[in-house]
Structures are given as C-alpha cells and as structure tokens.
Write a protein that binds this ligand. Structure first.
Ligand code: SIN
Length: 286
C-alpha cells in the first residue's frame, strides 16, 4: 500500500485497478485531493472507493471536477440530474452492457472517464470487469503494433443501438431516430496516444466499432475478432465485486469494461456520471 497525502492506495493487479481509502466523495474536495485522485487514475486506470453515501447531485459535483459531463441520448436519467445515467436492471429490463466496450466512442470527443456508483445490488453477482488497453497494446508483437498504428476505425451509435427493442413505442421511436440523427458515424485511430501519459493503447471495441477503414469487410471482421478476443486476457483484467455504496472511476481513454450478467431475477441499480474528453489521436513515438 502507498500513501499520497490523505489517500491510501492499494493496487489490485500489476496492470490495472486500485482501491483508494481515506476519501469521502460526498464532501467538496480540495484541488490537491482532486489532483491526487487524477494521478491515481492515470497510474491504475480504474480506481475504487468503498462505502460512499452519495446523492446524484454529489456524484455529479465530484465528476464535474474532472470536466463537463455527457448526457446520454437514450438511457434513463436521474430526474433532477440528467447528467446522471441510471442503469436499472431487473427481469423486465435485463442488462445490455455485458459486452466489452469503452463508453460513448460514437462521438468525436469520447469521455475521459466514467464514475459509477452502486445504488442497489443483488445478493451475489453483478460484478464489473475492466481491461487495460495499454497492457493489451503492449501484449501485441511489434509488427502488429506498427500495422495497427496506421489504421483508423469507424465508430457508430447505430451499430450499437438498433431500433429493435429500443423504439418500442412512438415516443421511443422518435427519441431513437433523433439520437441516430444527432450521432452520425465518427472516425478514431485504432491505436490512440493517451493525452496525459503519452502511452499508446488500443482504441477499438466490440460495441461501437463498426469497421476498420481501408480494409476489406472480411479483413476488418477478422482483425476486430482478433482484437476483441486479445483484450480479454486475464493478465489485462481486474474484476470488481461491488459492495453497497462503492464507486468505480475509470479512465475511459485506455480501458474497456463489461458488466457480468449473472444476477437476475435480482435487481441491480447503478448511477453513472460520464466526463467528456478530447479527440483521440495517435502520435508516433519520437
Ligand atoms: C457501464 O457499462 O458503463 C456500467 C457497467 C456496469 O453496470 O457494471
């Protein structure tokens, strides 16, 4: 365990994940504490805080210390705080986030991070897993790294969210069509350079990446299938068992995550604040 001012930091794996103790996220944090949390996030890619008694407004206030917040065009939102996305899964609304993904890569400036708060948990199950895309990049051979560094990919809202199931009513259809029109496909590099650490990482995911530009359809499919399998290696992954009030804050620029869909018929309710980031770029090493 290491200490940074008031924080105690307990790494969970060599590649990714650490628990931070000694912080109450419901209280306004000093600039120094926010900087310590940012440094821990940069180092460990996903950080966890246990036992946080947070209102949606307090979660939103904490998240805003790191940037502007994204409002999701489709998902349910907290009544008074539309920037808090509500993930409420039960028998009538099974989970749809049990696929490896990076959040909201369908926009030009995908989030720098997401902050997830456990509001209601099943007795067991409902864990979340995160994978380090820096470690996954390092796990590739040098020729494969070079090959991927020259490529760009198409990320598409409509690839992930299809009309079936979402646009069940007239209101649902209108909301869906508005969201599709507001979110046309965007292009991102397949390997991005992290804007703060300067490290390269894989930046395609199975949910939003429709295809790799310039490759034939079969080549793109085969390469995506390889990458989507490669990133799941246990050496790159941390699995988090939630406890009431726990918070996870992940760096969305160099990680992917997925929920574990094993808790029905129980209910699981999570609140997410999503902090906007910058336009992904790849910078060749000097
Ligand atoms: C998410 O996919 O953003 C949330 C993951 C979870 O519900 O565990």
């Amino acid at each position: 365990m290491t200490r940074s001012n008031a924080l105690a930091i307990e790494p969970l794996t060599p590649a990714i994940g650490a628990v931070l103790r000694g912080v109450n996220l419901s209280e306004p944090a000093s600039d120094g504490l926010i900087d310590d949390i940012r440094q821990a996030l940069l180092k460990h890619q996903v950080i966890f805080f246990e036992g946080q008694d947070l209102t949606p407004a307090q979660q939103s206030a904490f998240a805003r210390r790191f940037g502007d917040l994204h409002v999701h065009p489709l998902y349910e939102r907290d009544g008074g705080n539309p920037e808090i996305m509500v993930i409420d899964n039960h028998v009538d609304n099974p989970t749809d986030n049990n696929f490896w993904h990076t959040d909201v890569t369908f926009i030009d400036t995908p989030p720098m991070g997401s902050i997830l708060h456990a509001r209601q948990l099943p007795p067991t199950g409902g864990d979340t897993m995160w994978a380090s895309m820096t470690a996954a990049y390092r796990g590739l051979s040098a020729p494969m790294q070079r090959f991927l560094e020259g490529l760009e990919a198409v990320h598409d809202f409509a690839y992930a969210f299809t009309a079936d199931g979402i646009a069940g009513s007239q209101a649902g259809r209108e909301k869906y069509e508005k969201a599709v029109a507001a979110n046309p496909p965007v292009i991102h590099p397949v390997i991005r350079t992290h804007p703060e650490t300067g490290e390269p990482c894989i930046f395609v995911n199975s949910v939003f990446t429709r295809r790799i530009k310039g490759l034939r359809k079969e080549e793109s499919r085969a390469l995506m299938a390889f990458l989507n399998t490669h990133i799941q290696q246990p050496e790159y992954v941390v699995r988090w068992r939630w406890s009431p009030g726990a918070v996870a804050f992940w760096d969305n620029r160099n990680t992917q995550h997925r929920a574990v869909d094993d808790f029905l018929p129980h209910r699981r309710v999570m609140h997410r604040a999503t902090v906007l980031g910058d336009k992904p770029v790849f910078k060749a090493a000097a």
